[in-house]
Design a protein around this ligand. Structure first.
Ligand SMILES: C=C(O[C@@H]1C=C(C(=O)O)C=C[C@H]1O)C(=O)O
Length: 278
């Protein structure tokens, strides 16, 4: 680990990450925010010691990573913010614009559509941040997969997109499991010993004071307070216990079956021996 800089964590910039990071930074510990799909690069090039990355990165990273079971962004059903918006019935879908900010949800959409349709329509990554879906889906597609705050702050109108799917609910119905979208991943064999305890303590403290988090962050990110409180307090789930690990393993197995990853059997919590030597 580089000794000439503070420990640096990369983290999702959305409201949904606040319970994991509000109050986390301190002397010697820096937190840098970015969209989920941007974070893996910081682990690979050594800028971050750990990052709250899309869990699919565990299976796709060019460097071995392990999951720190100290909290993540997950759900036990509908998420509100990971949704497919379509003009046509899902059975008729030919092409979907998928949010460039996402890694996990794009993989999840493939798994769910393959299970439901027996085929996967063409998925094309598009920039959705400033897109106005009331005008058109970027790339001229008939459907869009969106994640994060924009789903609430720039919700595509239901009159234009009458066919919708919340991917958290669809996964729960299909596999009877919770889901984990993002978790703390690290390429390091060892991190400063207090760090994991601090991450765990920050999460526990924040989940016991959601109204305060909402006061601090919701308006600035464009969220109505009541909805933000339900989202952080009841809709999402921040655990990384045995059920969430089972869900990640099942997700890996499903991705492997579709040929989307090669190392579905990766040990989530440990690094391969070769990666542990300094
Ligand atoms: C529930 C969400 O989970 C997110 C979805 C991710 C992905 O699709 O790669 C990654 C991180 C999470 O922020 C969301 O952002 O809406």
């Amino acid at each position: 680990m580089a000794v000439d800089r503070p420990t640096t964590l990369g983290c999702v910039s959305y409201l949904n990450a606040k319970p994991l990071i509000d109050g986390l930074a301190c002397d010697g510990l820096r937190v840098e925010l970015g969209v989920p799909s941007s974070l893996l690069a910081g682990l690979v090039d050594g800028r971050f010691d750990a990052a709250l990355c899309p869990v699919i990165d565990l299976f796709r990273s060019p460097v071995p990573l392990r999951l720190l079971p100290v909290g993540g962004i997950g759900c036990r059903g509908d998420t509100l913010t990971v949704r497919l918006f379509s003009r046509v019935p899902l059975e008729d879908l030919r092409g979907v614009a998928v949010d460039r900010d996402s890694h996990t949800s794009v993989g999840l959409l493939r798994v769910l559509l393959h299970r439901r349709l027996g085929r996967v329509p063409a998925l094309e990554p598009e920039e959705m941040r400033d897109a106005d879906l009331a005008e058109a889906v970027p790339g001229g597609h008939e459907a869009a997969l969106l994640i994060g705050d924009k789903v609430v702050t720039h919700e595509p109108p239901a009159e234009l997109y009458p066919h919708q799917l919340d991917l958290g609910g669809a996964w729960a119905r299909a596999f009877g499991l919770p889901f984990l979208f993002a978790g703390w991943l690290t390429p390091r064999a060892a991190l400063p010993s207090r760090l994991e305890r601090r991450m765990e303590a920050v999460r526990a403290r924040n989940l016991a004071r959601v109204p305060e988090l909402v006061r601090r962050h919701a308006a600035g990110l464009g969220w109505p307070a009541g909805l933000a409180e339900a989202y952080l307090g009841r809709i999402l789930c921040y655990e990384t216990g045995p059920e969430q690990l089972a869900a990640v393993r099942r997700f890996g197995a499903e991705l492997g079956r579709l040929g989307l990853i090669e190392n579905a059997e990766r040990d989530l919590l440990g690094l391969p021996a070769a990666a542990v030597t300094p």
